[in-house]
Design a protein around this ligand. Structure first.
Ligand SMILES: [Fe+2]
Ligand SMILES: [Fe+2]
Length: 319
């Protein structure tokens, strides 16, 4: 089999306890090596090992493409089924992976309308999963983003944003925008996917050149998407404005609170919080405290209080 006949698949789609009906290969120095055999599963430390290696793609043989597609759709369907006999942790793992893969698909090929619509549909289902299962938020947030993955960060931000939105009454007042809130959160750092800068570093640890790229990422993100008609307005607004701060000291356009959409501020608040817990390894409770003190006057107090309440009500923190 020549190297270019193998079909790439996303590691993020390989979650859960189902046995895989295909052989999965890794590519090492242009050679494909069998990593997980047909009939095995991706449970346990297998995924952790892959994540630690920051491996995003694996490979399958062309004759296994059909069983692979079936495996993906069956595991996602079973995970979204509220009558499922699977544990909420297993369901959350599959759904988290599906959302991560959907974000990666759109970020890799934003011009592909089909991927965008699939991601939007998945986001609507995600809203239902989170709102209808009391342990869902906790289970999703318990999945560690070991390699500071950008799409995983997007899934975490989307989950926190939905929690805040729920506390602020948005589920009742703007239910039609919740799928866009999720999708915008998944894609908010779209520019980092292409610029390749070390986005998880604190600003002061970046080189001058990296800092310039970082401070432009919201604007560069929407610039990369111009002329694409299928992106929703709120999704674009989230990408452009998620680093703005209410006192005008944010970037890329130093906007003020009165000009910012509250839904965008929800994503900004969730994003700042996940930068603490994922990129700086600050424990959840300390991150809340730090944010309330260090970021005072930068995010609306109502959004921060809603975040605190959401974490409490979803059982992520106890007091
Ligand atoms: Fe950002
Ligand atoms: Fe971010």
């Amino acid at each position: 089999m020549s190297a270019n006949e193998y079909i790439p698949i996303r590691v993020s789609t390989l979650r859960g306890d189902l046995k895989i009906p295909f052989d999965a290969y890794v590519k090492v120095a242009s050679k494909h090596i069998l990593f997980c055999r047909q009939g095995d599963s991706f449970e346990g430390d297998r995924l952790v090992r892959l994540k630690k290696k920051k491996l995003k793609k694996m490979y399958i043989l062309p004759e296994h493409e059909e069983p692979y597609r079936r495996y993906i759709s069956e595991s996602i369907e079973a995970a979204f089924d509220n009558n499922s006999d699977k544990s909420i942790e297993d369901r959350a793992a599959v759904i988290q992976g599906a959302q991560q893969a959907a974000a990666e698909d759109v970020m890799e090929n934003p011009e592909d309308q089909h991927s965008y619509h699939l991601a939007k549909k998945g986001s609507a289902k995600y809203v239902e999963f989170i709102l209808n299962n009391s342990e869902a938020t906790k289970s999703i947030l318990a999945i560690k983003n070991a390699d500071n993955d950008l799409a995983h960060h997007g899934v975490t931000v989307s989950t926190l944003a939905l929690g805040i939105a729920k506390e602020l009454g948005v589920v009742e007042s703007q239910p039609q925008l919740l799928d866009q809130l999720i999708l915008g959160s998944l894609l908010h750092d779209f520019d980092h996917y292409h610029s390749g800068i070390p986005y998880s570093l604190p600003l002061q640890e970046m080189t001058d050149e990296q800092r310039v790229i970082y401070l432009a990422h919201p604007q560069s993100g929407v610039d990369r998407l111009k002329n694409l008609q299928h992106f929703d307005q709120l999704v674009l607004k989230i990408i452009l404005q998620h680093e703005e701060l209410i006192n005008g000291s944010g970037f890329a356009n130093k906007m003020l609170e009165k000009d910012l959409d509250p839904l965008v501020l929800t994503v900004s608040t969730a994003n700042a919080f996940d930068r603490y817990i994922t990129f700086q390894n600050v424990p959840v409770k300390d991150a809340l405290k730090t944010m309330l003190i260090e970021k005072m006057g930068l995010y609306p107090l109502a959004q921060m209080k809603a975040l605190q309440l959401a974490l409490k009500n979803q059982g992520v923190i106890t007091s």
